[in-house]
Design a protein. Sequence first.
Length: 202
Amino acid sequence: MGSSFYAPNKIWYFTILRKLMANKFNLIKKAAAVDRAFKESIQIIAKDAQVTFQRNFGLEGFADDVFQPWKARKKETKKTLGKKILTGTGRLRRSIRYVIGISGYSATVFTDVPYATIHNYGGSIEKEANRKELHFNPNIRGGFVRNTRANRKEIGFRTIQAFIGEHSINMPKRQFIGSNRRLERLSMAKIDAKIRTAYRNA
């Protein structure tokens, strides 16, 4: 007497196999869609961060859950009068940009301006002793007024060599870039929404 075994119907077997393969390919398709959506989200939130940090210059403070206003200038000059803090040339604000990581899964928002750190975090700047040439032009009252640009052709022009000793300059913290809880929440919400949509529509 020979041994016996149960052999399933071939049609049933291939039906199940097709369903399994279809699910596999569908999952691969969804995974690809989610991956693509995540990388697109990184581009979007990096741009959002750049715009948010640049906007702080117009607000004159760091916008987060709690707004952190910048300390006002000690005194105004002809160059600063009517201008917002840290916006003399606009270089610092324009320098804020972002780069996407090679993998596409990360981004870095940054500035490479040398003086950005001291303004963003505050601190002390140590100045060495030095000599400085000061220029003075005569005014209509018979006195003299300091001029940052020498006008040697003007009658009565004077130049004085001044010695400036070692000293330090304390810079207040005026944060414009960095960790931002409000921005992080908005970014996570955008990523979540984009990924859910991509998975549902794939």
